[in-house]
Design a protein around this ligand. Structure first.
Ligand code: PHE
Length: 449
């Protein structure tokens, strides 16, 4: 039953039945590349972050293949053989040695080895088997960033001095920063044996300022977009300078490591993971004279903040009611606005026409008539009784007086207390709406030429 091979982005891989667990739903998503789709919120978020890490210092890699080896995704980064992330229950495997990357860090080794620039950014789709809710989806997007300094290239071989010089040239910001922990800690967040304390401190300081600037840029855009739409942000978030905090963390491929959190809508929101790159990764990549930092950030989480998007599944929508809201923003971030929600269900329009009672146009359409005459609200009651709150809008489209009989017809969604005529496509139905009508079961229909 299983295919012998699987083709992803025009490359073919041998399938091992005891490993293969990629469903067709997931396979179909490998070609979407939301991070490269013009005016898609994930792509706009990528552009905003890229603007904080300019070339030529940072080069962007946005088209790396999602299929990687277990070596690239885990071993090269120092994941132990029994790490839970390797389990078939958590990761999509094609065969024992090939999987869909679970994070953009899978490309670190290759890009450190390529050494085309002192820094790089990677944006890509990543894959993790996960629960179903509004903040999880088995495919999402990450951006990886890294920066190195080379002992052989910096003046006097003085890494510390070179790093602080680069730090000096970074812009300042006015955020409130909580950073209560020491730069490293022997048990919780150790210094690497190949680094001096001064080196690790310098690299960490450059890392932290760079990422604080990224958060500052994102929240500047969040505030601007709220203001543009006239939407109030919570007082706290709108007026005080932004508050962020550095929290000690653990990743197999960095040490010391941190997570960056932002105080947003009365809670700490985790934004990214980062740290000083494990020296063995740079050594294995053939650049042992380099030392540096790396970070990884989830793009959907940032996009949800930027655009106030309530559900991660919306990013995969092809509905113009979703995509249309971001038109032109990729070229002009000044157009960025909060997303406005819409029904999860596809729109369904009902065209309703019917004769009004009496002759010669008694009772004004949509208006209030005399005693005993028809009123628009009578229709509203019928619609509400039949369809409940699913109905979003009832609009009068047109009215018509028959030239011979003088009878009036309302085309739109209005009810006459006599016969009701529903027009849908070619079919005209006569609905008996006596008294207060049901648009449902007691519908007698007839097709007129
Ligand atoms: N790859 C990590 C993750 O997916 C994030 C990370 C990247 C942490 C680089 C440190 C350095 O959670």
């Amino acid at each position: 039953e299983l295919p012998k091979t699987v083709t992803i982005n025009s490359k073919t891989y041998p399938v091992e039945p005891e490993w293969y667990n990629v469903s067709s739903t997931i396979l179909n998503l490998t070609s979407r590349k939301l991070h490269l789709q013009k005016d898609h919120p994930v792509s706009i978020t990528r552009q905003i972050i890229e603007s904080v890490f300019p070339s030529p210092t940072y080069l962007s890699y946005n088209n790396l293949d999602p299929v990687v080896s277990t070596h690239e995704n885990f071993d090269s980064l120092g994941f132990p053989p029994n790490h839970p992330g390797r389990a078939k229950t958590d990761t999509y495997y094609i065969n024992s040695k090939t999987l869909l990357r679970t994070h953009t860090s899978a490309h670190e080794a290759a890009l450190f080895a390529a050494a085309k620039s002192p820094g790089y950014l990677i944006s890509a789709d990543v894959y993790r088997r996960d629960e179903i809710d509004k903040s999880h989806y088995p495919v999402f997007h990450q951006m990886e960033g890294a920066r190195v300094w080379d002992r052989n290239l910096v003046p006097g071989g003085d890494i510390v001095k070179a790093v602080y010089k680069d730090l000096e040239s970074l812009p300042k910001h006015d955020m409130i920063i909580e950073d209560p922990n020491p730069p490293f800690h022997a048990e919780r967040n150790p210094l690497q044996s190949s680094h001096t304390a001064e080196e690790a401190k310098a690299v960490a300081a450059h890392l932290k300022r760079s990422l604080e600037l990224m958060v500052a840029e994102i929240f500047k855009r969040v505030k601007e977009s709220h203001a543009r739409a006239g939407v109030k942000m919570k007082q706290d978030d709108a007026e005080r300078p932004l508050k962020v905090r550095w929290v000690e963390a653990y990743f197999p491929f960095t040490s010391p490591s941190w997570e960056l959190e932002v105080w947003y809508q009365d809670e700490w929101l985790e934004i990214l993971g980062c740290g000083v790159t494990q020296q063995h990764i740079l050594d294995d990549a053939g650049v042992p004279s380099q030392i540096g930092w790396a970070f990884g950030v989830g793009l959907e989480r940032i996009a949800m903040l930027l655009f106030q998007i309530p559900d991660i599944r919306l990013f995969w929508s092809r509905d113009q009611r979703f995509l249309g809201q971001f038109a032109g923003v990729g070229d002009d971030l000044g157009k960025l606005r909060p997303f406005v929600g819409f029904s999860k269900h596809p729109a369904c329009y009902k065209d309703v026409s019917f004769w009004l009672p009496g002759h010669g146009g008694a009772g004004a359409a949509g208006g209030r008539g005399g005693e005993g005459e028809w009123h628009e609200n009578d229709l509203m009651e019928v619609v509400r009784d039949v369809a409940g709150d699913v109905v979003e809008d009832v609009v009068l489209m047109d009215s018509f007086v028959h030239p011979k009989t003088g009878r009036r017809i309302e085309d739109g969604d209005v009810l006459g207390v006599g016969a009701v005529v529903l027009i849908s496509g070619e079919t005209v139905c006569v609905v008996d709406a006596q008294p207060p009508g049901r648009l449902g079961p007691d519908c007698a229909s007839k097709t007129w030429g």
